[in-house]
Design a protein around this ligand. Structure first.
Ligand code: MN
Length: 204
């Protein structure tokens, strides 16, 4: 079974002024498409993996045959990361979460402002290309982390529920080298309903 590039759930310009249309177009149609194509090319070499889901490939990355493990890590991670990224943003995004997720954020980090500060700091501080994440571990606890390249938290048993892409391709056209401004404005795009759904599913 081949993996497919998901449609962007809104127009390229829908997240302006926070993320510009040209960046979204290149990011989705070129960058994400390459991850999907290269993941499929790797998987084709091992038909025995044909029924593995993307989540299983990442969670069990050390069981993936060694000759394609690096490609699955980079391109499978890239496919998963970007699929999440499009979904956790919305033209009607921003604001703060409510309910269980808000309670968990308050008890774990102190408050929503503390979450923003800590996740922004992790994302801005990631050296080179990578991601900043809000994750849920096996006991249902929230955590903040960053990852290099296209590594996904599933590779070390944590489920990402919110992530920010800090590769330069995600922001350079509009923000050039000023990654902190991009991350600051990215908060205005968050679809908290989508993040809450992921939180509920992850904590079980
Ligand atoms: Mn990207």
């Amino acid at each position: 079974m081949a993996f497919n590039l998901p449609d962007l759930p809104y127009d390229f310009g829908a997240l302006e002024p926070h993320i510009d249309a040209r960046t979204m177009e290149i990011h989705h149609d070129k960058h994400h498409a390459v991850y999907v194509n290269n993941l499929n090319a790797a998987i084709e070499k091992h038909p025995d993996l044909g029924d593995w889901s993307l989540e299983k490939l990442l969670t069990d990355i050390n069981s993936v045959p060694e000759d394609i493990r690096g490609a699955v890590r980079n391109h499978g991670g890239g496919h998963a990361n970007h699929s999440l990224f499009w979904e956790i943003m919305s033209p009607n995004g921003g604001g703060e979460p409510s309910g269980d997720l808000a309670d968990a954020i308050n008890s774990t980090f102190g408050g929503f402002g503390d979450l923003q500060e800590k996740l922004s700091s992790a994302a801005v501080g990631q050296f080179g290309s990578g991601w900043g994440w809000l994750t849920v571990d096996g006991s249902g606890s929230l955590g903040i982390e960053s990852s290099a390249n296209q590594d996904n938290p599933l590779m070390h048993a944590r489920t990402p529920i919110l992530g920010v892409d800090v590769w330069e391709h995600a922001y350079y056209l509009k923000y050039q080298n000023v990654r902190p401004d991009y991350v600051k404005n990215w908060w205005n795009t968050i679809n908290w309903d989508a993040v809450t759904s992921r939180y509920q599913a992850a904590k079980g």
